[in-house]
Design a protein around this ligand. Structure first.
Ligand SMILES: Nc1ncnc2c1ncn2[C@@H]1O[C@H](COP(=O)(O)OP(=O)(O)OP(=O)(O)O)[C@@H](O)[C@H]1O
Length: 581
């Protein structure tokens, strides 16, 4: 049962056990609802029966007062136990679910993020989890609790009088079938509505991220028109989904009310025929009105469970994604990075790297050079196991990196990519990401070596200044220097540099080059640089063209060959001589 609940509702083991407990106490909480009805009926029988047969009785009020208080206490206890076993654990489970999803996302290969957009994933972690809080606290335990509660009630009614019992109960299976058998339409409408809602969130996020481009290219009207269109679709889908769900739900609930008519019809006949006494008839009328309220709730719950299932499926989809498995402990023989007949494609049948072989040796600088889109960044990212290769192997110190847990592997890598990512935290903490246990002095030493001091000193609180989301308050060059400081602090044996000096002015570039020279001593360095003079001192140059290695050798050797490298060097020399008049 626990395992089934885990699978069915994307719950942790503890969450499933809590749900079982919640269902258990819900059943008792619902069963306790019968007590007032029972006391009332008992009172009627005890007092009315003798009155109807002409006797005079004094109602035992004290006895019933005590019973009523006892019933109230029992009901409060069961509802309190139900509350404690459902609501508090549900919020704890929701927190666990969010952390589990985030953990899972952390372990997924980057290819997954290419297929799902950010707002879709944010919506799964935030709104889907929130909706499930409601489903697990207000819907599922009550649904199962009510069904279990209905069992003794139904048996009791059938035993009391099977004809009247059937008159009360026959409508429920039919009403349930109306709601249950229309699952396909309800789910389809719910999915469409969710998709339209995510498209709106996506569009708003895109608008916020590209606000500069929208303003500078005067795209406001166009952007707003598209957003308007998506909002219209979302509104339409919302109305459609509510109409579909409510149409079936209301049909089921209306059908349920037919039961009351059948009790009256059959009850009247039985009372007139003298087959049932008036009190029994009255009991059934009372039971029917109470039961139909609960059953009506069951029908609503069924629809809500269908809706929750859409969100659960979205979570399960993430949970079931294969992660990049690997050993968290591994040994290497040195830190050479070897590409052995590597091929790779982001999308099937669109190869980006084809049969790439080279070795970036420890203590040497290996430069990846080639035209835009030739696969340089892809090769660098594969070296850090951001993705797994489609063919061939990449080895670090002789160990196949596809057998190593990517987080464990990355401990040996310091990476400076073009797109620097900074966090909305202080300068100090942004650099300390390089090595979490680094002291303040070590952070400052790394920042000094990366030539960050001059701009940090100008910030209002120096190292304690908050730098805004993704370093919004810093220039491109400053952001890049911070990321170099991080890499210096990490002091890892393998260094990946992707256009590390792209946003620096000439003076800064020289200083950074000196810092980088210190950083890379004795390390395996894989550098991607578009500017040929950045790699003129490299030990080895690998030239990539459309995913294929076309040249390999020292800069001097390649300059002697009539190939892409020499052509790129010459083109850049010409462009450096070019100036705007
Ligand atoms: N995440 C991705 N999903 C799908 N295709 C991608 C992805 N990243 C890159 N590509 C494609 O792979 C090819 C190689 O890209 P890559 O960024 O590795 O080239 P590059 O040589 O580093 O280019 P540049 O010098 O312009 O940065 C390009 O055609 C690019 O469009």
């Amino acid at each position: 049962m626990t395992k089934w609940l885990c699978r069915k509702f994307a719950l942790s083991e503890q969450g499933a056990k809590n749900l079982e407990k919640g269902i258990f106490w819900s059943v008792f909480a619902y069963l306790s609802l019968i007590l007032p009805m029972g006391v009332f009926l008992q009172f009627l029988f005890e007092v009315l029966t003798p009155v109807l047969s002409g006797e005079t009785v004094t109602p035992p009020l004290v006895k019933y007062l005590i019973i009523c208080v006892a019933v109230l206490v029992v009901m409060v206890i069961f509802h309190w136990l139900q509350y404690g076993s459902i609501y508090i654990p549900v919020y704890a489970e929701s927190a666990t679910r969010r952390v589990t999803l985030a953990e899972k996302l952390r372990k997924l290969p980057l290819s997954f993020f290419g297929q799902r957009d950010l707002s879709d994933l944010t919506s799964t972690i935030m709104s889907d989890c929130e909706s499930l809080e409601h489903a697990f606290s207000h819907i599922i335990p009550q649904f199962i609790g009510t069904l279990v509660f209905m069992l003794p009630i139904s048996i009791g009614l059938l035993v009391m009088n099977w004809k009247l019992g059937l008159a009360v109960l026959w409508v429920f299976p039919v009403a349930l079938a109306i709601v249950a058998l229309t699952k396909k339409w309800q789910t389809a409408a719910g999915k469409k509505q969710l998709k339209a809602k995510i498209a709106v969130a996506d569009s708003i996020q895109e608008g916020l991220e590209t606000v500069r481009e929208i303003k500078s290219y005067n795209l406001k009207e166009e952007y707003l028109a598209k957003l308007d269109e998506k909002l219209d679709i979302a509104e339409k889908e919302q109305i459609h989904s509510e109409l579909v769900i409510d149409a079936f739900l209301v049909a089921g609930q209306m059908f349920l009310r037919l039961g009351l008519a059948s009790v009256i019809l059959i009850g009247n006949g039985l009372v007139i025929g003298g087959n049932v006494d008036i009190l029994t008839y009255f009991t059934f009328l009372l039971a029917a009105s109470k039961i139909y309220d609960l059953l009506s709730l069951v029908l609503t719950n069924v629809s809500e469970i269908y809706h929750a299932k859409i969100q659960i499926d979205r979570m399960n989809e993430i949970e079931e994604q294969p992660v990049l498995e690997g050993a968290s402990e591994f040994t290497t023989n040195g830190y050479d990075v070897e590409f052995d007949h590597v091929s790779f494609a982001y999308n099937e049948n669109e190869p980006v790297l084809k049969d790439v072989s080279f070795t970036a040796k420890q203590g040497e600088v290996t430069a990846l050079v080639g035209p835009s889109g030739s696969g340089k960044s892809t090769a660098a990212k594969l070296a850090a196991r951001f993705w797994d290769t489609s063919g061939g192997k990449i080895r670090l110190g002789g160990t196949d990196i596809s057998t190593v847990d990517s987080e464990a592997l990355l401990k040996d890598y310091a990476i400076v990519f073009q797109d620097v990512v900074l966090f909305n935290n202080t300068v100090m903490e942004n650099i300390r990401i390089g090595r979490k246990d680094a002291t303040d002095d070590e952070v400052i030493a790394a920042a000094t070596a990366a030539h960050c001091e001059d701009f940090i000193n100008k910030l209002p609180n120096r190292y304690q200044t908050l730098i805004g989301e993704n370093g919004a308050t810093l220039s491109g060059g400053e952001r890049q220097r911070l990321s170099i400081a991080r890499a210096l602090l990490k002091n890892a044996p393998v260094v990946l540099l992707d256009e590390a000096t792209a946003s620096l002015d000439a003076e800064n570039e020289t200083q950074i080059q000196q810092a980088i020279s210190r950083l890379i001593q004795g390390k395996t360095v894989l550098i991607i640089a578009h500017r040929m003079r950045t790699v003129a001192d490299a030990d080895q140059i690998i030239v990539l063209d459309r995913g294929v290695v076309t040249q390999k050798g020292t800069p001097d050797e390649l300059m002697k060959q009539d190939g892409i490298y020499r052509m790129m060097v010459q083109l850049q020399q010409n462009s450096e001589a070019w100036s705007v008049k």
